[in-house]
Design a protein around this ligand. Sequence first.
Ligand code: UFG
Length: 330
Amino acid sequence: MKLLVVGGAGYIGSHTVRQLRAAGHSVVVLDNLSSGHAEALPGDVELVRADLLDLPSVRAALEDHQPDAIIHFAAMIEVGESMRAPARYYRNNVVGSLNLLQAIVETRKVPLVFSSTAAVYGTTDAVPIPENAAMQPESVYGETKLMTERMIHAFHTAHGLPYVVLRYFNVCGAAPGGDIGEAHRSQSHLIELACMTALGQREKMLIFGEDYDTPDGTCIRDYVHVQDLADAHVLAVESLHAGKTEAATYNVGLGHGFSVKQVLDAVDAVVGTPLEREIAPRRAGDPPRLVADATKIVQELGFTPQFTDLQEIVQTAWNWHREHPHGFEK
Ligand code: UFG
């Protein structure tokens, strides 16, 4: 298959490009490089530098490259920033996705895999969370992902567009070889921050709340390794191409969670020295438990995560950060 990977120069996109090629597919990447890195891509992958807000260039990319399917990662992803700058999030994430959908139905109605998030659920009592749980996003970011999911479904209903939506839980880790990994310009993710702290780039780790109703009092999350998540995209796009799936939404997680303290213990073990920790107030909007019910993707797409050991997951993140303390910047 020939895939167009939109936002393919980002963290999850670049790991997916690699897994698609390992599965024998050819790839063209469309990215505006606002947060992605051309260095994250294999040297022989064609990169079309274009913005989804520029509809004529999106149309041109589809006409020029004639992909068999499209995977769409391009979005702004910071929850806090989305609350401060909603216009940028609605414009980039919702209008950008609308342009892509319009270009697809106008030029080449090929299947679409869309990157969504567990943030569409908001705070929920369901543990683990099934795909049909109530959706009440608590952030503009989550709202933009839910709106895009609904637009995609409307295009399926109106134009027969085949799609798979993947709702990611806490994505983490890096390619085991340590040559690509998470290199956002602003960092808010627990494992990434712990690695930065171990490198001496931050003084200590703050634990946001120790008084939750969980076994050790800290929040529980479902940490899915980025390479397993990348493989989920390969399964999704192959299933669409084979006509086995037409319109489906899947959670992507391991189906079990780890607490903040368990994650920090794993980082200490991998790094070999304990990080300084301080208990801080709860962070606004953090639900106590977010764990995927991943039964559907396991049963329907045969998703089989390879990285289930927390220490092994952390080790891959640490390999990347230790070798690239400033990400892709020299
Ligand atoms: N945390 C700390 N200290 C830190 C950073 C994080 O204690 O310095 C805690 C948070 O309070 C939270 C947990 O670590 O309890 C995980 O926080 P992250 O920021 O790493 O991730 P979130 O769970 O907040 O959010 C991520 C994605 C969302 C997605 C969600 C789904 O950013 O888009 O996972 O599970 F919806």
